[in-house]
Design a protein around this ligand. Structure first.
Ligand SMILES: NC(=O)c1ccc[n+]([C@@H]2O[C@H](COP(=O)([O-])OP(=O)(O)OC[C@H]3O[C@@H](n4cnc5c(N)ncnc54)[C@H](O)[C@@H]3O)[C@@H](O)[C@H]2O)c1
Length: 281
């Protein structure tokens, strides 16, 4: 099972997911509407694999085999395989539209998995033909390194679909964790105050970005909140903050920050645009 898959969206997550799939022997098509982003995704994968070769963690031949398993396309009709995983913008309407277009191309048994960080899988599935095949498959950033994959089901999801995506996660050398559709699932639900309360400290002038990051890194967090938001992408992090806030009936403690909104408006999205809370140029 899972000899061939497709991934939609060749950005931070889609490129990482496609890389992991190919590294684990799965023929993978990566589709993006934007040729520049697609090219960037391809270069990132190549650079990541080359870095493994340079550090003697991968044979040069294996790198070529991995690259040969990947194909890159801007034509949605090239999407095929036993599962299509979407990792496009964090917008409900965009995901519904994409899956409906995919549903016209692939057979009814093709699994449609969303890598959404926070949107309701039920809200997506209920708008797609054959909703039993729609499931959440939430990888973490950076996808090539992070082991965890949240497998999110709704009461529409078929039990065999849940088993199948767990199998795929294991085949990709990941650890599946099962959860029900809920705002932010497990990790983004628990982690939301980490970002929002740090932004509150910044808004109130309690401490600056570097102090907050350094302090939290010193008490054991791998990355401080601002460094992590820059890695995730401030557009994605803001969209997730808004989505969790709205779906939890707007609790004051989780109100998204105006600082996040300003970062998005000014295209200071973090590492991917070269500037966020920190400068990467
Ligand atoms: N960034 C993270 O840390 C992270 C972690 C886990 C999950 N996610 C989720 O993964 C998804 C993608 O996030 P990302 O950080 O990779 O975003 P990104 O902005 O890096 O990439 C999104 C890509 O999707 C493409 N795209 C947009 N609309 C499309 C469409 N209709 N069809 C095909 N391609 C399309 C864009 O051109 C872009 O290349 C989001 O749902 C996000 O919530 C993100």
């Amino acid at each position: 099972m899972f000899q061939k898959i497709s991934v939609c969206g060749g950005g931070t997550m889609g490129a990482g997911i496609a890389q992991v799939a190919a590294q684990n022997g799965i023929e993978t098509t990566l589709f993006d509407v934007d040729p520049l982003n697609l090219k960037k995704g391809e270069s990132t994968i190549e650079k990541n694999l080359q870095s493994l070769v340079d550090r003697n963690k991968m044979e040069k031949d294996r790198m070529s085999q991995t690259m040969n398993l990947l194909s890159f396309t801007t034509n949605i009709k090239d999407c095929s395989g036993e599962i299509v995983i979407e990792a496009i913008v964090e917008k409900l309407e965009a995901k519904i539209e994409l899956f409906n277009r995919i549903a016209e191309i692939v057979p009814a048994e093709t699994i449609l998995a969303s890598n959404t960080s926070s949107l309701s899988i039920y809200a997506i599935a209920s708008k797609i033909p054959h909703p039993a095949r729609v499931v959440g498959m939430h990888f973490f950033n950076p996808a090539p390194f992070m082991k965890l994959v949240e497998i999110v089901s709704t009461n529409l999801t078929g039990p065999m679909v849940i088993d199948a995506v767990a199998l795929l996660a294991r085949k990709m050398n990941k650890v599946p964790v099962f959860c029900k559709d809920a705002p932010g699932f497990i990790v983004n639900h628990v982690a939301r105050p980490f970002y929002i309360q740090s932004l509150r400290l910044l808004e109130e002038g309690v401490a600056d970005i570097e102090v907050i990051d350094r302090l939290l890194e010193n008490v054991g967090f791998r990355m401080g909140p601002f460094r992590l938001m820059d890695l995730i992408g401030n557009d994605i992090n803001y969209a997730v903050s808004c989505s969790v806030y709205e779906s939890m009936n707007r609790p004051a403690r989780l109100k998204p920050s105006l600082i996040q909104e300003k970062k998005v408006r000014e295209n200071q999205l973090g590492k991917k645009t070269g500037k966020g809370y920190y400068d990467y140029s």
